[in-house]
Design a protein around this ligand. Structure first.
Ligand SMILES: *Cc1c(COP(=O)(O)O)cnc(C)c1O
Length: 233
C-alpha cells in the first residue's frame, strides 16, 4: 500500500512541478494539500509520513478524529468544506488554514472562536461557477463586504478559493480558474490594507495542472493520491 501511495504522491508532485514551470514558477510555489476525506486514519498517517504535511478535510467530524489521532505529528490542517456555525468552536482552533470562508456570518464565528495569538490564514470561497448547489460568495457580494471582513482581526484574509463547474470538462474548468484569478486581480486594486489576496486555492485531481497554469498557489488533491487501493474503507 505504501509503495502505491508513494508512487501516486511522486506522480502528483511531478505534475505540479511541470505545471509550475509552464507558468514560470517552481514546484515550491505551489502547496499540495492532500485531501484525506476518502481514507482512514492509518492511510492519512501514511501520507503524512511520506512527506505530505498539509492535509485537507471537508467534514469537521473527520478532521476532529484525525487531528486527535495525529496530534503528535502536528500536520497542517486545511478546512476545505462548508463549516456550519455550530461546529466552529471545536474546529477552528485545530486549523492552519480555513479555505471555506463562504459567508460573513461564518467568518464572524471563526473570528470569535480563534484562540491563538497569530491570526488564522483564511480564504474567501467564491462561487465562481454560479452553481446554485455550491457554497461561496457570489463575486458581486465580495466588494461590499470587504471592510466588514477586514475588521475581523483574528483572521488574516490571504486569498480566494474556488471550484470549477461540474459540467463542461477541463475547458470549462480552465475558464473558471482564469475567472477566479481575474476576480482576485480586480479585488486587489481596491482592497483594505489588512486583506492580502496572494493565494489562490483552486484545482482538484482532474484539473490541478490547469489551475496551476492559471495561477493556483494551493491545490487540493484527493482521489489521485489514493488510486489503486481502497484506503481502508
Ligand atoms: C474532495 C475535495 C477535493 C479533492 O477532490 P479530488 O477530485 O478527489 O482530488 C478538493 N476540494 C474540495 C473542496 C473537496 O471537497
Amino acid at each position: 500500500m505504501h509503495t502505491q501511495l508513494r508512487e501516486n504522491l511522486d506522480r502528483v508532485r511531478g505534475m505540479i512541478a511541470e505545471a509550475a514551470q509552464a507558468s514560470g514558477r517552481v514546484a515550491d510555489d505551489v502547496c499540495l494539500i492532500g485531501v484525506t476525506k476518502y481514507v482512514d486514519i492509518d492511510t492519512t498517517k501514511a501520507l503524512y509520513e511520506l512527506g505530505c504535511h498539509d492535509l485537507g478535510e471537508s467534514r469537521p467530524q473527520q478532521l476532529w478524529a484525525k487531528s486527535e489521532a495525529m496530534a503528535h505529528l502536528s500536520p497542517r490542517w486545511h478546512m476545505i468544506g462548508h463549516l456550519q456555525r455550530n461546529k466552529t468552536k471545536r474546529t477552528i482552533p485545530l486549523l492552519s488554514v480555513l479555505h471555506a470562508g463562504d459567508s460573513v456570518r461564518l467568518l464572524q464565528a471563526a473570528h470569535a472562536d480563534w484562540p491563538h495569538a497569530d491570526p488564522l490564514p483564511t480564504l474567501l470561497e467564491v462561487n465562481i461557477s454560479g452553481d446554485a448547489a455550491k457554497h461561496g460568495f457570489p463575486p458581486a457580494e465580495i466588494p461590499p463586504a470587504l471592510r466588514q471582513i477586514a475588521a475581523l482581526n483574528h483572521l488574516k484574509i490571504v486569498g480566494l478559493m474556488g471550484m470549477a463547474s461540474l459540467e463542461g470538462g477541463r475547458d470549462q474548468a480552465q475558464k473558471d480558474f482564469a475567472a477566479l484569478r481575474e476576480l482576485r486581480d480586480q479585488l486587489r486594486s481596491d482592497c483594505p490594507d489588512e486583506i492580502l489576496l496572494d493565494e489562490l486555492s483552486m484545482g482538484m485531481s482532474h484539473d490541478f495542472d490547469l489551475a496551476i497554469r492559471e495561477g493556483a498557489t494551493m491545490v487540493r488533491v484527493g482521489s489521485s493520491l489514493f488510486e489503486g487501493f481502497d484506503g481502508g474503507h
